[in-house]
Design a protein around this ligand. Structure first.
Ligand code: PLP
Length: 423
């Protein structure tokens, strides 16, 4: 596609966009009484208008039915979470029985490590990417110490090469082979939150499994953003939050994937609670734990229905649109943003360096040379919601569901004005 950095080109692209009707289905915050240009759907997705209806429905059922809502609500609460498994399974490339929704992301990863990080004297190491998302680092440290090992010895971080901004797959595979039979677990963020890199999940999973390790993925920045085939890749487990690309609302529930080969098995350790039991016999209140035959066996408490309601609402939109259409628009939209940045860069004389590699989802991370936080502050004042990371990186995530080509064009013009007005 031959892009042009003109308003008419951007408007034409929007006119031909198969998803153009979806912008209207989300609520845009306003700055100076205008819709913002929203680049932070990688941090908190916009609110789908339909979310409120789903929440209202639960509130109404609660008002009118009270405890009876568990069984007699329009969408009964006792198995409300089951409704999310099917649409999510499509998004992550899994079978519905391999997917469940519960708790929040870091909590779920801890729970999953109970099952999939079982270190022995010989095999105790965890392999991850260097500078993993802080919560993951704290989790690794505390898990390793909990099992009586030394984090410095047990946590193996794969580094980027000197002067490079992304990881090389070969370096990760080599490190996996080097750690060999000491490797207990590989757990990496499927899409890195900082540089937006998509890891080769298939190759890394295969390499980890070949060494006899469990392989899991933190899919916080991947779900709803890149193509996933967890079943086909033979991943052991994965977890993700729902408030980033899947627009479920702040701090909302997390999804988990557990490979079907572990379902219905007796010999896998797990922290258990009553919602993990078979639903047919759950209310017999028996002393013995009879696990659900699907990933719901990892459920602990009864689900937070008021949180699941907006998540379910959002997943209905994913059902309507489907990942292939989102991915198709994403390649064009992010490609256009990249083009616009490169065009503007010629005019402002090399300020931007895109540090995101070509293996990417919608996010571009841009290093600003000679510009500081001041530029970020001015952008925010002008109604561009971006995100700033130390030392000097802005992360831009043009989400295909609700961002437009015109947004990209207007952003470019504004950026140019702000930089040139200072020079
Ligand atoms: C956003 C994010 C989290 C957030 O964890 P919560 O438990 O939902 O607060 C964790 N890991 C990664 C990689 C993330 O990007």
């Amino acid at each position: 596609m031959n892009f042009e950095n003109t308003l008419s080109f951007a408007v034409e692209m929007d006119k031909n966009d198969a998803l153009k009707g979806y912008r209207e289905k989300f609520i845009y915050p306003q700055v100076n009484s205008k819709d913002v240009i929203y680049f932070t759907g990688n941090s908190l997705g916009l609110q789908p208008k339909v979310a409120k209806d789903y929440v209202d429905e639960v509130m109404k059922d609660w008002a009118e039915l009270a405890v009876e809502g568990h069984f007699y609500a329009e969408k009964p609460w006792w198995d409300y979470h089951e409704r999310l498994a099917k649409p999510l399974a499509k998004i992550v490339g899994a079978k519905p029985e391999e997917v469940s929704v519960m708790n929040t992301l870091t909590v779920n990863l801890h729970f999953l490590m109970v099952s999939f990080y079982r270190p022995t004297k010989k095999r105790f190491k965890i392999l991850c990417e260097e500078k993993a998302f802080p919560s993951d680092q704290y989790m690794f440290n505390s898990q390793v110490k909990f099992h009586g090992f030394n984090p410095e010895e047990a946590i193996v971080e794969v580094k980027k090469r000197e002067g490079e901004h992304s990881w090389r797959t070969e370096d990760i595979l080599n490190k996996i082979n080097e750690v060999g039979d000491e490797l207990a677990l590989v757990l990496i963020g499927g899409v890195n939150y900082y540089n937006g890199q998509v890891f080769d999940m298939e190759a890394i999973t295969a390499a980890g499994k070949a060494q006899g390790a469990f392989v899991g993925w933190d899919l916080a920045h991947a779900v709803g953003n890149v193509e996933l085939n967890l079943s086909k890749w033979n991943v052991d487990f994965a977890a993700w939050c729902s408030y980033k690309y899947t627009n479920s609302g702040p701090g909302n529930a997390s999804g988990v994937f557990i490979n079907e080969k572990y379902l219905g098995k007796e010999d896998i350790p797990r922290f258990e609670g009553w919602w993990g039991t078979k639903k047919e016999t759950r209310f017999l209140m028996k002393p013995e734990f009879e696990p659900a035959v699907n990933a719901d066996a990892w459920q602990v408490s009864n689900p937070p229905v008021l949180s699941l309601a907006p998540y379910l609402a959002s997943l209905q939109l994913f059902e309507e649109v489907g990942m292939p259409a989102l991915l198709q628009k994403q390649r064009l939209l992010t490609g256009y943003l990249e083009f616009v940045l490169n065009e503007i860069d010629k005019e402002v004389e090399t300020v931007f360096e895109i540090i995101t590699p070509k293996e990417r989802g919608c996010q571009l991370s841009v290093f600003l040379h000679g510009e500081g936080r001041e530029l970020f502050d001015k952008l925010m004042k002008a109604g561009v919601i971006v995100d700033w990371r130390e030392p000097n990186v802005i992360r831009l995530a043009p989400v295909p569901f609700y961002c437009s080509f015109e947004d990209m064009y207007r952003f470019g013009q504004l950026l140019k004005e702000l930089i040139l007005s200072k020079k």
